[in-house]
Design a protein. Structure first.
Ligand code: NAD
Length: 248
């Protein structure tokens, strides 16, 4: 039996990157996993690992409620969906601002709101939200609306933890540094011209890492499993930084 044997675990944005690594890690610990993503094609291969997959855009409130109700009551909710805009206070557009807050913040509230009744009815549950080191933890250049929205995730996490701590529900968030995922590749590509090529742009991301390397999605998933499992029963309301020493 694994550390999450029999637990119902629901993951958003599980098609690639950290969400996918977490879904696989949950399954390896014996959980009953529901992996969702806006892009159904990215969920390919997960069913073969015993994972239930479902297309789900977390911006679709009705679909979120229906999916979580159908698969509940949940023991674990991992809110992984998020988007990284590269902007500053002068270049951020109204559209970028609204999109970042809708996806990175409001959509987490909606999944939490859908999952809580089932968790309360069964007397417990664990919620893990995806924040970032770029948040209330650290100001990062050219991450204006991203850092602002991920700081809101820390506030939401602590608020939910405070309201439900006596009812068996824990809520924590994680604050990764730079993780080697497909979307990081896109951000590297976006910086390539300014940096003088793809290799130079990638080197720029690596150079800001104290360890001289990026995190792997699997290293982040290990923390997600810990915060989801009974071994972290005394941990709630925390924003846990996992950044290879970036914020030291
Ligand atoms: P990624 O960005 O490469 O992939 C994200 C996945 O989310 C994709 O499969 C995409 O289809 C899905 N997605 C996008 N919009 C969605 C929506 N509306 N509904 C459902 N799914 C949607 O993955 P990643 O880099 O591991 O990022 C995952 C999370 O981790 C994000 O919240 C991100 O902000 C956060 N994060 C990433 C890093 C990093 O360096 N990669 C660092 C800190 C935090």
């Amino acid at each position: 039996a694994g550390r999450l044997a029999g637990k119902a675990c629901f993951v958003t944005a599980a098609g690639q990157g950290i969400g996918r690594a977490a879904a696989l890690a949950y399954a390896a610990e014996g959980a009953r996993v529901v992996a969702t993503d806006r892009d159904a094609a990215r969920l390919a291969g997960l069913e073969a690992q015993g994972i239930t997959t479902q297309a789900l855009d977390v911006l679709d409130d009705a679909a979120v409620k229906a999916a979580i109700t159908a698969h509940g009551p949940l023991d674990v909710l991992f809110n992984c969906a998020g988007f990284v805009h590269q902007n500053d206070a002068l270049t951020c557009t109204d559209e970028e601002w609204d999109f970042a807050f809708a996806l990175n913040v409001r959509a987490m509230w909606r999944t939490i709101r859908a999952a809580l009744p089932g968790m309360l009815a069964q007397g417990g549950g664990a919620i893990v939200n995806m924040s970032s080191a770029a948040s209330s933890v650290k100001g990062v250049a050219n991450r204006f609306v991203y850092g602002t929205s991920k700081a809101a995730v820390v506030g939401m996490t602590k608020s939910v933890a405070a309201d439900y701590v006596a009812k068996g529900i824990r809520c924590n968030c994680i604050c990764p540094g730079t993780v080697d995922t497909p979307s990081l590749g896109e951000r590297i590509a976006a910086n390539a011209t300014a940096a003088g090529g793809l290799e130079a742009a990638r080197a720029g991301f690596v150079a800001r890492q104290a360890m001289g390397r990026l995190a792997t999605a699997e290293e982040i998933a290990a923390l997600v499993v810990y915060l989801s499992a009974p071994e972290s029963a005394f941990v709630t309301a925390q924003a846990i930084v996992i950044d290879g020493g970036w914020t030291n």
